[in-house]
Write a protein that binds this ligand. Structure first.
Ligand SMILES: [Ca+2]
Length: 202
Protein backbone atom coordinates (compact mmCIF):
# COMPACT_ATOMS: atom_id res chain seq x y z
CA UNK A 1 0.00 0.00 0.00
CA UNK A 2 1.30 3.42 -0.98
CA UNK A 3 1.76 5.85 1.91
CA UNK A 4 1.13 9.51 1.33
CA UNK A 5 4.00 11.67 2.60
CA UNK A 6 2.97 14.47 4.97
CA UNK A 7 2.74 17.93 3.43
CA UNK A 8 5.65 20.20 4.27
CA UNK A 9 3.40 22.72 6.01
CA UNK A 10 0.76 20.34 7.31
CA UNK A 11 -0.65 21.13 10.78
CA UNK A 12 1.01 17.99 12.16
CA UNK A 13 4.43 19.08 10.94
CA UNK A 14 4.01 22.64 12.29
CA UNK A 15 2.80 21.17 15.58
CA UNK A 16 5.98 19.10 15.87
CA UNK A 17 8.19 22.08 15.03
CA UNK A 18 6.72 24.42 17.65
CA UNK A 19 6.68 21.87 20.43
CA UNK A 20 3.51 19.86 20.35
CA UNK A 21 0.86 22.54 20.07
CA UNK A 22 -0.84 23.68 16.93
CA UNK A 23 0.17 27.31 16.36
CA UNK A 24 -2.73 29.69 16.10
CA UNK A 25 -3.33 31.29 12.73
CA UNK A 26 -2.29 34.68 14.13
CA UNK A 27 1.10 33.20 15.09
CA UNK A 28 1.74 31.98 11.55
CA UNK A 29 0.56 35.21 9.95
CA UNK A 30 2.66 37.35 12.29
CA UNK A 31 5.78 35.30 11.45
CA UNK A 32 5.12 35.68 7.72
CA UNK A 33 4.68 39.45 8.11
CA UNK A 34 7.91 39.73 10.10
CA UNK A 35 9.84 37.75 7.49
CA UNK A 36 8.44 39.89 4.67
CA UNK A 37 9.37 43.05 6.59
CA UNK A 38 12.92 41.82 7.13
CA UNK A 39 13.36 40.93 3.46
CA UNK A 40 11.93 44.29 2.37
CA UNK A 41 14.16 46.19 4.78
CA UNK A 42 17.26 44.38 3.55
CA UNK A 43 16.40 45.01 -0.08
CA UNK A 44 15.67 48.69 0.53
CA UNK A 45 18.73 49.24 2.67
CA UNK A 46 21.14 47.66 0.19
CA UNK A 47 21.64 49.74 -2.95
CA UNK A 48 22.34 47.78 -6.11
CA UNK A 49 25.99 47.88 -7.12
CA UNK A 50 25.77 45.08 -9.65
CA UNK A 51 23.90 45.30 -12.97
CA UNK A 52 24.34 42.06 -14.94
CA UNK A 53 21.80 43.09 -17.65
CA UNK A 54 24.37 45.52 -19.09
CA UNK A 55 27.03 42.85 -19.62
CA UNK A 56 24.38 40.52 -21.03
CA UNK A 57 23.17 43.19 -23.45
CA UNK A 58 26.71 44.01 -24.65
CA UNK A 59 27.43 40.30 -25.14
CA UNK A 60 24.22 39.84 -27.11
CA UNK A 61 24.74 42.93 -29.27
CA UNK A 62 28.37 42.25 -30.06
CA UNK A 63 28.29 38.45 -29.98
CA UNK A 64 31.38 38.72 -27.78
CA UNK A 65 31.46 37.39 -24.24
CA UNK A 66 31.67 40.35 -21.88
CA UNK A 67 31.93 40.07 -18.08
CA UNK A 68 31.65 42.51 -15.18
CA UNK A 69 35.15 43.90 -15.84
CA UNK A 70 33.67 45.91 -18.70
CA UNK A 71 32.71 48.48 -16.05
CA UNK A 72 33.91 47.01 -12.75
CA UNK A 73 37.33 46.59 -11.19
CA UNK A 74 36.78 42.89 -10.66
CA UNK A 75 35.65 40.52 -13.42
CA UNK A 76 33.46 38.75 -10.85
CA UNK A 77 31.57 41.95 -10.10
CA UNK A 78 31.38 43.89 -6.84
CA UNK A 79 30.23 41.06 -4.57
CA UNK A 80 33.06 39.41 -2.65
CA UNK A 81 36.20 40.35 -0.78
CA UNK A 82 38.68 40.52 -3.65
CA UNK A 83 40.29 43.56 -5.24
CA UNK A 84 37.64 46.11 -6.15
CA UNK A 85 34.90 44.19 -4.35
CA UNK A 86 32.65 45.38 -1.55
CA UNK A 87 34.17 43.14 1.11
CA UNK A 88 37.62 44.68 0.74
CA UNK A 89 36.59 48.33 0.99
CA UNK A 90 37.37 50.70 3.84
CA UNK A 91 34.59 52.72 5.44
CA UNK A 92 35.80 55.80 3.57
CA UNK A 93 35.73 53.98 0.24
CA UNK A 94 32.17 52.80 0.88
CA UNK A 95 31.01 56.41 1.01
CA UNK A 96 32.11 56.83 -2.64
CA UNK A 97 30.30 53.86 -4.15
CA UNK A 98 27.78 55.91 -6.13
CA UNK A 99 30.23 58.61 -7.17
CA UNK A 100 32.61 59.02 -10.11
CA UNK A 101 35.40 57.89 -7.74
CA UNK A 102 33.70 54.59 -6.98
CA UNK A 103 36.36 52.06 -5.88
CA UNK A 104 34.46 49.14 -7.42
CA UNK A 105 34.42 50.64 -10.93
CA UNK A 106 37.11 50.85 -13.58
CA UNK A 107 37.76 54.04 -15.53
CA UNK A 108 34.85 53.41 -17.92
CA UNK A 109 32.40 52.68 -15.11
CA UNK A 110 33.55 55.82 -13.33
CA UNK A 111 33.15 57.87 -16.50
CA UNK A 112 29.54 56.68 -16.84
CA UNK A 113 28.79 57.90 -13.32
CA UNK A 114 30.61 61.15 -14.02
CA UNK A 115 28.73 61.84 -17.27
CA UNK A 116 25.27 60.45 -16.55
CA UNK A 117 25.09 59.87 -12.79
CA UNK A 118 24.51 56.69 -10.81
CA UNK A 119 20.73 57.01 -11.09
CA UNK A 120 20.90 56.78 -14.90
CA UNK A 121 22.55 53.37 -14.54
CA UNK A 122 19.75 52.26 -12.24
CA UNK A 123 17.00 53.71 -14.42
CA UNK A 124 18.21 52.17 -17.69
CA UNK A 125 18.99 48.68 -16.44
CA UNK A 126 15.83 47.35 -18.08
CA UNK A 127 16.82 48.90 -21.41
CA UNK A 128 20.65 49.08 -21.67
CA UNK A 129 20.42 50.45 -25.23
CA UNK A 130 19.31 53.78 -23.76
CA UNK A 131 22.47 54.02 -21.70
CA UNK A 132 24.57 53.22 -24.77
CA UNK A 133 22.73 55.92 -26.74
CA UNK A 134 23.43 58.42 -23.98
CA UNK A 135 27.15 57.61 -24.28
CA UNK A 136 27.44 58.25 -28.01
CA UNK A 137 28.68 61.77 -27.45
CA UNK A 138 31.69 60.72 -25.39
CA UNK A 139 34.95 59.00 -26.33
CA UNK A 140 36.83 58.16 -23.14
CA UNK A 141 39.89 56.57 -24.77
CA UNK A 142 40.10 59.02 -27.67
CA UNK A 143 40.21 56.36 -30.38
CA UNK A 144 37.53 58.12 -32.39
CA UNK A 145 34.81 55.59 -31.54
CA UNK A 146 32.11 56.78 -29.15
CA UNK A 147 31.73 54.92 -25.86
CA UNK A 148 28.16 53.90 -26.70
CA UNK A 149 29.26 52.51 -30.08
CA UNK A 150 32.03 50.53 -28.38
CA UNK A 151 29.41 49.05 -26.06
CA UNK A 152 27.43 47.90 -29.11
CA UNK A 153 30.56 46.29 -30.59
CA UNK A 154 31.85 44.81 -27.32
CA UNK A 155 35.18 46.64 -27.53
CA UNK A 156 36.63 48.41 -24.50
CA UNK A 157 35.67 52.05 -24.21
CA UNK A 158 38.67 52.71 -21.95
CA UNK A 159 41.34 51.16 -24.18
CA UNK A 160 42.33 52.80 -27.50
CA UNK A 161 43.85 49.49 -28.62
CA UNK A 162 40.43 47.89 -28.41
CA UNK A 163 38.08 49.19 -31.08
CA UNK A 164 35.98 48.00 -34.04
CA UNK A 165 38.61 48.27 -36.78
CA UNK A 166 36.23 48.84 -39.67
CA UNK A 167 34.94 51.93 -37.89
CA UNK A 168 38.45 52.99 -36.90
CA UNK A 169 39.56 53.04 -40.54
CA UNK A 170 36.47 55.00 -41.49
CA UNK A 171 37.19 57.55 -38.77
CA UNK A 172 40.87 57.80 -39.74
CA UNK A 173 39.93 58.33 -43.39
CA UNK A 174 37.51 61.09 -42.42
CA UNK A 175 40.13 62.73 -40.21
CA UNK A 176 42.78 62.66 -42.96
CA UNK A 177 40.57 63.20 -46.00
CA UNK A 178 42.45 66.39 -46.96
CA UNK A 179 45.80 64.60 -46.94
CA UNK A 180 44.39 61.65 -48.90
CA UNK A 181 42.89 63.97 -51.55
CA UNK A 182 46.19 65.86 -51.82
CA UNK A 183 48.04 62.60 -52.51
CA UNK A 184 45.48 61.55 -55.13
CA UNK A 185 45.62 64.93 -56.88
CA UNK A 186 49.43 64.91 -56.79
CA UNK A 187 49.48 61.41 -58.25
CA UNK A 188 47.04 62.43 -60.99
CA UNK A 189 49.09 65.52 -61.90
CA UNK A 190 52.29 63.46 -61.98
CA UNK A 191 50.60 60.94 -64.26
CA UNK A 192 49.38 63.69 -66.63
CA UNK A 193 52.85 65.28 -66.60
CA UNK A 194 54.49 62.00 -67.50
CA UNK A 195 52.11 61.49 -70.41
CA UNK A 196 52.85 65.03 -71.70
CA UNK A 197 56.58 64.43 -71.35
CA UNK A 198 56.41 61.13 -73.20
CA UNK A 199 54.58 62.83 -76.12
CA UNK A 200 57.31 65.51 -76.38
CA UNK A 201 60.04 62.91 -76.41
CA UNK A 202 58.56 61.04 -79.37
CA1 LIG B 1 36.50 54.98 -27.75
Amino acid sequence: MRHKSPHLYSPNRIRRVVGGETPPLQFVISRIIIMCAIVTAVLCATPAWCFPPYAKWISKQSKMQVDCSYCHMNSQGPTGSGVGQLGSLSEEQKTKLDTADSPILNSFGQSIIKRLGYQAVVDNVADPAKLADALKSSDLDGDGIADGVEMEHGTLANDPESAPWDLVWKVRLQRNIGFVLAILVSGLLAFVGLIGLSKKLR
